[in-house]
Design a protein around this ligand. Structure first.
Ligand code: AMP
Length: 194
């Protein structure tokens, strides 16, 4: 079962994806984590994307699509993937459908974490103070929100049109969010096995 967690930066996608990985044996694919790993390894790719990330802009579709394709090829026999922070643009969504189709798979469900932007800004300001991620600084974070609203939010319509979109309250506490996701996944599994 392949799941997309959709929502603005700071909505809690990473935390929920990690839980699903542990509880359901699915593989989390976070392009943000992959890009951060490339940076800390000092690779050429890491160097190329650093300025985009720190300023809060998206890196190119080409770069993230090839990172995802590499991971799909490396994990041919898993129970499914949780896409966290990918796709973020319409071309990325199209590329994902095509890559999954190569192995007879598809996106089964897209879970949108709905959040209040001001509360998010407060949440990320706290994360910036605790963890010091450069792109969590208030200016870069606002740019990430703008990028989300202009480039990623249109995917809501795309997946809703495909009948795959489910929406939950991302501002609820972590346990309640996990419980909502679990209900959606159980229903999706039941539907799949019909
Ligand atoms: P994240 O941790 O998912 O918020 O990602 C951190 C940063 O990595 C983003 O602000 C972008 O600069 C870059 N990034 C991560 N995923 C993508 C993606 N799917 N498309 C473009 N840029 C991305």
């Amino acid at each position: 079962m392949n799941i997309i967690l959709l929502g603005p930066p700071g909505a809690g996608k990473g935390t929920q994806a990690q839980r699903l990985q542990q509880e359901r044996g699915l593989v989390q694919l976070s392009t943000g984590d992959m890009l951060r790993a490339a940076r800390s390894s000092g690779s050429e790719l890491g160097g190329r994307v650093a300025a985009f990330m720190d300023s809060g802009s998206l890196v190119s579709d080409e770069v993230v699509i090839s990172l995802i394709e590499e991971q799909l090829e490396k994990n041919p026999k898993v129970a499914g993937f949780i896409f966290d922070g990918f796709p973020r643009t319409t071309p990325q969504a199209k590329a994902l459908d095509e890559s999954l189709a190569h192995s007879g798979q598809k996106v089964d469900v897209v879970i949108r974490l709905k959040v209040d932007e001001q509360a998010l800004i407060d949440r990320i300001t706290r994360r910036f103070e605790a963890e010091g991620r450069a792109d969590d600084n208030p200016e870069a974070f606002k740019k990430r929100l703008v990028a989300y609203n202009s480039q990623t939010a249109p995917l809501v319509e795309v997946y809703s049109g495909q009948g795959k979109l489910r929406e939950i309250d991302g501002m609820a506490d972590m346990e309640a969010v996990s419980a909502s996701i679990a209900r959606i996944l159980d229903a999706t599994l039941a539907e799949k096995s019909k």
